[in-house]
Design a protein around this ligand. Structure first.
Ligand SMILES: *Cc1c(COP(=O)(O)O)cnc(C)c1O
Length: 243
């Protein structure tokens, strides 16, 4: 059991929030216009509770199964939790994802859009939806190519009947993030969506300067994650990732 001191995690949360507010100010943006998603993937309920106790209510997870194991309990303890799915979604998990999450950041193909639309209809829930854009055109990364983003958002709306609220990106790890954030902001303006999910522990201030409305911050709050091999909840691939 990792022994993260709760006062450490609370002071790190306070420091991240202060940096967000300071960057909003220097970017001439209203206070609160960049909202913090505390990314709690790989951390257990005992490590998440102090962050909730400190007042944070918006959290991000990247696996449906891992989130299902943690958040029903935490939600039973605290009513107004807002949960964001920031990792890849498989269409056969759409039912669970729509039931559990208040926002889904990783809509990136028609199969997912169709599965989400069916579940949203069936369950009468309306999670906020983001289309993930692969701004660096990285083959190993999810997301729609920038030049296909506008047409895909239009298909989400016209074919699948989905309301798309914004765009999300994860810039290549080895490149300056600014140009990727600028590209995402430009695409969002062209497409006519207002939410921008961009920026992580290493670059959230840059993202805010480029207009992020949601930043996704894990390590800077929770500390470094345990190695993935021990931390990951096993989740077998249920469908080929291509197409
Ligand atoms: C893990 C993760 C984050 C948070 O990353 P940190 O560097 O720990 O802040 C943000 N976005 C996505 C999609 C992630 O998977």
């Amino acid at each position: 059991m990792p022994d993260i001191q709760s006062d450490d995690v609370q002071s790190r949360l306070a420091a991240v929030l202060a940096r967000i507010r300071a960057t909003e100010a220097t970017s001439h943006r209203p206070a609160g216009s960049a909202q913090l998603i505390a990314v709690s993937k790989t951390f257990g309920v005992d490590e998440i509770r102090p962050v909730i106790a400190a007042g944070q209510r918006r959290f991000g997870e990247n696996r449906v199964q891992e989130a299902q194991a943690k958040w029903p309990l935490l939600r039973a303890e605290t009513a107004d939790i807002e949960l964001h799915l920031i990792g890849p979604l498989q269409s056969n998990k759409a039912k669970e994802a729509v039931a559990l999450f208040d926002a889904i950041h990783t809509v990136d193909r028609d199969k997912i859009a169709g599965a989400l639309a069916a579940e949203i209809q069936k369950q009468g829930r309306a999670p906020k939806l983001f289309v993930q854009v692969n701004t660096g055109l990285e083959p190993q990364k999810a997301g729609i190519a920038p030049r296909e983003a506008a047409a895909f958002v239009e298909r989400c709306r016209a074919v699948h009947g989905l309301a798309i609220d914004g765009l999300m990106c994860i810039p290549p790890a080895d490149e300056a993030a600014g140009p990727h954030f600028a590209l995402l902001a430009k695409l969002a303006a062209e497409i006519g969506v207002s939410e921008l999910s961009m920026g992580m522990s290493g670059d959230f201030e840059t993202a805010i300067a480029f207009g992020a409305t949601y930043v996704r911050v894990g390590g800077a709050i929770f500390g470094s994650r345990p190695p993935l091999v021990t931390a990951a909840v096993p989740e077998a691939p249920e469908e080929p990732t291509a197409g």
